[in-house]
Design a protein around this ligand. Structure first.
Ligand SMILES: Cc1ncc(COP(=O)(O)O)c(C=O)c1O
Length: 462
C-alpha cells in the first residue's frame, strides 16, 4: 500500500483497546529498555483527572511521579490551562521568531525575573529543557567572549552523574552512565568533577567530607583547564540521578566562591526542580544559591505545553551584542500563556508553600514506614520530591545487581501506583495538587510492595 494511504487508514481507525502492538511497531520509546517494554508493554494513557489516570484498558493509576518526567505539577484534565492555550492560540498563535514577540511572552519574562533568585532578569525561551541548557551554555560563552574578559573561554565544567538533556551540547555536559555512552564524539571542551552524594559515595566518606572534596575538585579542575578558558560550571541544585541527591549548603557556598574567584559563570539547571517541586519556587532557594544563569522547563507549564527558558543575570546578558542562536518556537505565545496561568494558579492557591510544609511530613512518614524495611538503605527528599534508595545489605550498603528495584516498580504498577526508578532508588514526585490522603495512602502501598518483594526473594530476614 502506498505510504499516503497507510497513513490515512491509520488516522481514520477508531482507537482499539489494545494498541500495544501498533505502539511498539511505530514508536521509538525514549530511555526504555526493550526487555522492559516486552515484559510490561507501553502504558497507553487515555484520560486523567486530578492525580488519577486511566489507560486504554480502563485500568486506573495514581500518578505519584508527575507524569513520568516530573512535568505534571498541577494534575490532569485542567480546563483553565487548556483554555489559556486555546484563547491565546485564537488571538495570536505565533508571531514568528527573531524580533517578533507577544504580550504573554513579555509578561512571562517579567514574572520570571521576579520569582527567580538573585539578579536573573533576561530570558531566552525554548521548547524544553535540553534547548534551555543549549541556550544557557551558548549565552555563557558568548558573554565571556563578547565582554572581552575571557575572549578564549569555550570550556565548561560539569559533574559526575549529571543529566542536562539529550541534544548534543546538553548531552555533552551529561555524565549519567545510563544515557551518556550514546553520544560519542561529544562537543569538545567539557570536563567533569565529582558531585556530592548521599548514602553511598565512591570514597566511602561522610556526606559532608565528600561534598568538601567535590568543591575542592572544582577549583583544581578550573586551574587545570586554565581559568581564562573556562566559561561556566553547570549543576543541578538537587540532582535527579541516583534519586534526589541533596548537597549541603556549605558545598554551594564554596562553589559560588570558587566561581567568583575565577570569573566562571554558575549555570544552575532547575529543569526538574523548578516551579515548586521541592517546596520552593526554585530549589536554589534552599541553599542560598545565586546563579549567573538558570535553566527551567517541565513544571513551568505543568506539562500542558512544551516550553523552557534560560534566564541570565543582566551582567551576563548585557555584553552580548548579537546572540547568534535561534529556535523557531522560542517564546511561543500560547505556551507562554499556559506558563503564566500555571504560575498564577500556584501562587494564588499557595501550592508551593503547601509542598514546602508537606515535605517534612512526607519524609517523616517514609522514615517511619519505609526506611526500616530490610532492603531500604535511606529515604530522603524535600517538598513533593523524595527518593527511597535500596540496598542488598544494610551493613555494607551494597547495590542490587539483579532486578529487585525494577520488581518493586512493576509491583506498584500492578497495584495502581505509578512511581519512577533512577539507579538504585525509587522516586516519588506527586503533582502539587495531590491531597494528604492521596500521598499518605500511596506511601502505605509503596511500603507494602517493598515488603512483598523482599519476602518473595527471601531478603526480609536481616
Ligand atoms: C536537570 C535536567 N536538565 C535538562 C533536562 C532536559 O529537559 P528536556 O527533556 O525537556 O529536554 C532534564 C530532563 O529530564 C533534566 O532533568
Amino acid at each position: 500500500m502506498p505510504q499516503e494511504q497507510t497513513t490515512i487508514a491509520a488516522l481514520s481507525q477508531p482507537p482499539s483497546n489494545d494498541m500495544s502492538g501498533e505502539a511498539v511497531e511505530h514508536l521509538i520509546f525514549a530511555v526504555t529498555d526493550v526487555e522492559d517494554l516486552r515484559r510490561n508493554g507501553p502504558v497507553i494513557l487515555a484520560q486523567g483527572s486530578g492525580i488519577r489516570v486511566t489507560d486504554l484498558d480502563g485500568r486506573s493509576y495514581v500518578d505519584m511521579i508527575g507524569s513520568g518526567s516530573r512535568a505534571n505539577s498541577l494534575g490532569y484534565g485542567r480546563e483553565d490551562l487548556a483554555r489559556a492555550y486555546h484563547d491565546q492560540a485564537l488571538r495570536m498563535h505565533f508571531p514568528g521568531t527573531g524580533n517578533f514577540t507577544t504580550e504573554p511572552t513579555i509578561r512571562l519574562a517579567k514574572t520570571l525575573a521576579q520569582i527567580t533568585p538573585g539578579d536573573l532578569s533576561r530570558c531566552f525561551f525554548t521548547s524544553g529543557g535540553s534547548e534551555a541548557v543549549e541556550s544557557a551554555l551558548k549565552l555563557a560563552k558568548a558573554s565571556q567572549q563578547d565582554s572581552g574578559r575571557k575572549p578564549r573561554a569555550y570550556k565548561v565544567i560539569s559533574r559526575w552523574n549529571a543529566y542536562h538533556g539529550s541534544t548534543m551540547g546538553a548531552m555533552s555536559v551529561t555524565n549519567w552512565l545510563s544515557v551518556a555512552q550514546s553520544t560519542e564524539p561529544r562537543v569538545p571542551g567539557v570536563s567533569f568533577v565529582p558531585s556530592p552524594k548521599n548514602y553511598r559515595n565512591p570514597l566511602g566518606l561522610s556526606e559532608e567530607s565528600f561534598a568538601e572534596v567535590c568543591a575542592r575538585a572544582l577549583e583544581r579542575q578550573i586551574l587545570l583547564e586554565g581559568p581564562d578558558q573556562v566559561a561556566a560550571f553547570i549543576a543541578e541544585p538537587v540532582m535527579q540521578a541516583d534519586g534526589v541527591q541533596i548537597a549541603p549548603r556549605s558545598y554551594w557556598e564554596q562553589v559560588r566562591e570558587i566561581c567568583d574567584r575565577y570569573g566562571v559563570y554558575l549555570i544552575i539547571d532547575e529543569v526538574i526542580c523548578g516551579f515548586g517541586r521541592t517546596g520552593k519556587w526554585f530549589a536554589s532557594e534552599h541553599f542560598g544559591i545565586r546563579p549567573d544563569l538558570m535553566t527551567m522547563a517541565k513544571a513551568m507549564t505543568a506539562g500542558y505545553a512544551p516550553m523552557g527558558c534560560a534566564i541570565a543575570a543582566e551582567a551576563v546578558a548585557a555584553p552580548i551584542g548579537h546572540f547568534r542562536h535561534v529556535h523557531t518556537y522560542s517564546g511561543h505565545p500560547a505556551c507562554a500563556a499556559v506558563a503564566n496561568a500555571v504560575i498564577a494558579t500556584k501562587a494564588k492557591n499557595g501550592l508551593v508553600e503547601q509542598a514546602g510544609a508537606r515535605g517534612p511530613r512526607i519524609l517523616a512518614q517514609l522514615k517511619a514506614e519505609v526506611e526500616p524495611l530490610a532492603i531500604v538503605g535511606q529515604v530522603r527528599g524535600l517538598g513533593h520530591w523524595h527518593a527511597i534508595e535500596f540496598t542488598a545489605d544494610k551493613a555494607t550498603r551494597a547495590v542490587f545487581t539483579d532486578n529487585t528495584v525494577v520488581a518493586v516498580r512493576d509491583r506498584l504498577r500492578r497495584k495502581g501506583v505509578m512511581v519512577g526508578i533512577v539507579g538504585q532508588s525509587l522516586e516519588i514526585a506527586p503533582p502539587l495538587i495531590a491531597t494528604d490522603t492521596e500521598i499518605f495512602d500511596a506511601i502505605a502501598i509503596i511500603a507494602e510492595a517493598i515488603r512483598e518483594i523482599a519476602a518473595e526473594r527471601g531478603l526480609d530476614r536481616g
